[in-house]
Ligand binder design. Structure first.
Ligand SMILES: Cc1ncc(COP(=O)(O)O)c(C=O)c1O
Length: 391
């Protein structure tokens, strides 16, 4: 039996989501853009209603939600779209060092093309609020040359939740649009885009029990409208901002997944928080000298399903090899083929050795207390054995 605790990397598709998608693959396969016939119009109506339902959950209008292939594409559209718009005169983008590669890599490309990218550090592991950015830094950095500020809502490795509404207020003062990569937050935290005051929001359905390869970018049109240069050209779908036949199967699945998450989020996240705290407690009972990477285990500062632990004297990779039936990770999934230690853990001040000795646990909707108890037991035994070789 495999215990899956890597829900920050991806989640299992909820059976109700699969059931909602099946008819779109089978009977109702028409192109949602084919308004010339009834099957196309029917699927088109379903897709419109799914998009409108999702937009409603974010408290935005339907035409403010652009469907993409996921958060990587959404981040690319937001960054290149803002930076390369013909009317764009500003040349600086402000972000954090601990963002996901799906944000940092497009920014490096823009840097090569002449943009100035300011990457802020976050609070360090010896400070309170580890992983969170200091607001003063943002306000000092923004000026009339800032094209965009991009700060993720919640970190995928250490779960740190950024003070986005405060950052939004600073951006509004300077009339600078604010983008947030909310991949880890959608489905786990309520997101009222209007109340938050953000302009662009990226997300991926597979992080909240929906299918892979589908996601979205919210592009606010009011109070101020963000102008984006489209990155994918073609049939002119989605107000010309992202051409391509709409992925009706994915859209219906993503909408169902979002609806389920919104309906059950309170109880679901409370249970994941309970189990996450239990895991931390049990691991500490089994192993001396553990360190918690990232902010304290409290709801306002850290994702309720995330735990990131530095193990004394033993590498994370060795622990994973010793416990092959446990699916956890030593970094983000997208960089797990990368032998370098996590830039997020280094970014909060861990040494290379400490970063290599760390594991990330992401609990999910299907995690049980029995699995948590077994995980702590397996890791306790494996650590004792490996640490005895190291001694
Ligand atoms: C914070 C964050 N941003 C972006 C991504 C990329 O998402 P996708 O691979 O679905 O495009 C991920 C997924 O790992 C993520 O956790």
């Amino acid at each position: 039996m495999t215990i899956y605790l890597d829900n920050q990397a991806t989640t299992r598709i909820d059976p109700a989501v699969i059931a909602a998608m099946l008819p779109l693959m089978d009977t109702h396969y028409a192109n949602p853009g084919s308004s010339s016939h009834a099957p196309g119009r029917l699927v088109g109506e379903w897709v419109d209603s799914a998009v409108s339902g999702m937009a409603g959950l974010f408290n935005v209008a339907s035409d403010e939600l652009i469907v993409t292939s996921g958060a990587t594409e959404s981040n690319n559209l937001a960054l290149f779209g803002v930076a390369l718009h013909p009317k764009q005169k500003r040349r600086t983008i402000v972000t954090l060092m601990t963002e996901h590669r799906a944000l940092l890599d497009p920014l490096s490309r823009l840097e090569k093309n002449g943009f100035e990218i300011i990457r802020f550090p976050v609070l360090q592991c010896n400070e309170t609020d580890t992983g969170i950015v200091e607001l003063d830094r943002i306000s000092e950095a923004i000026n009339e040359n800032t094209a965009l500020v991009s700060v993720m809502m919640a970190n995928n490795e250490i779960g740190a939740i950024q003070p986005l509404s405060e950052i939004a207020k600073i951006c509004q003062r300077f009339e600078v649009p604010l983008h947030t990569d909310a991949s880890q937050a959608v489905g786990r935290m309520p997101i009222d885009v209007q109340a938050l005051g953000v302009d662009l929001v990226s997300f991926s359905a597979h992080k909240f029990y929906g299918p892979k390869g589908i996601g979205g970018l919210i592009v606010r049109q009011s109070p101020s409208s963000v102008q984006l240069q489209p990155q994918i050209l073609g049939g002119g779908q989605q107000q010309n901002l992202r051409s391509g036949t709409l992925n009706s199967v994915g859209i219906i699945g993503m909408a169902k997944a979002m609806e389920l998450a919104a309906a059950n989020r309170g109880t679901e996240m409370a249970e994941q928080e309970r189990l996450r705290n239990l895991l931390w407690l049990l691991l500490n009972e089994q192993i001396d000298g553990l360190n918690l990477n990232g902010p304290e285990l409290i709801a306002e500062k850290r994702l309720a399903n995330n735990l990131n632990v530095c193990f004394p004297k033993v590498e994370g990779q060795s622990l994973m090899l010793a416990v092959p039936d446990l699916a956890v990770s030593s970094g983000s999934a997208c960089t797990s083929a990368d032998p370098h230690p996590s830039h997020v853990l280094l970014g909060i001040g861990l040494s290379v050795d400490q970063a290599r000795s760390s594991l990330r646990f992401g609990l999910g909707r299907f995690t049980t207390e029995e699995e948590i108890r077994m995980t702590a037991d397996w890791l306790g035994k494996a650590h004792a054995k490996l640490a005895s070789f190291a001694a």
